[in-house]
Write a protein that binds this ligand. Structure first.
Ligand code: FMN
Length: 138
């Protein structure tokens, strides 16, 4: 079992979530492919059994630029893949993550963590535990 954790982060909040997700992946014995969106390779990621993607809410409820670019390249290969999403936000209500889940469903992916895991600003201990659990169970 191999799980990819691919994320973008501008001030470290989604990165902190990604690190906890990665910890969960390793603790459940799965192989881990971890990368920022700007360094990630589409075919390597599509070769994984589970793809866990993280992006903060940016612009007006959209993905961070490097994740938008990576995701646009990934999207066409996602049919039948298991995908989970997470990210940090601040003043919104999570619309960026709902839109992402809709895009994933439209691409034929199976979203394995419901509406996605969102955390306001920096994750606290409880949020980090949720992230770790996502890495274990996704
Ligand atoms: C340019 C900019 C746009 C943002 N747009 C949104 C937004 O649309 N909705 C929201 O809830 N938060 C928005 N935020 C807040 C970020 O999502 C929040 O600060 C988040 O913790 C950043 O995570 P990161 O450190 O992983 O980049 C925005 C922040 C910036 C700087």
């Amino acid at each position: 079992m191999k799980k990819a954790v691919i994320y973008a982060s501008t001030t470290g909040n989604t990165e902190a979530m990604a690190n906890a997700v990665a910890e969960g992946v390793k603790s459940c014995g799965a192989e881990l492919l971890m990368s920022t969106a700007s360094d990630a390779n589409v075919s390597d990621v599509l070769a994984c059994d589970v793809i866990i993607l993280g992006s903060p809410a940016m612009g007006d409820e959209v993905l961070e630029d490097s994740m938008e670019e990576f995701y646009t390249n990934l999207e066409g290969g996602l049919s039948g893949k298991k995908v989970a999403v997470f990210g940090s936000y601040d003043w919104g209500d999570g619309q960026w993550l709902r839109t992402w889940v809709e895009r994933l469903s439209a691409s034929g992916a199976t979203v394995v963590n419901g509406e996605g895991l969102k955390v306001q600003l920096a994750p606290d201990e409880a949020a980090l535990a949720e992230c770790k659990s996502l890495g274990e169970t996704a």
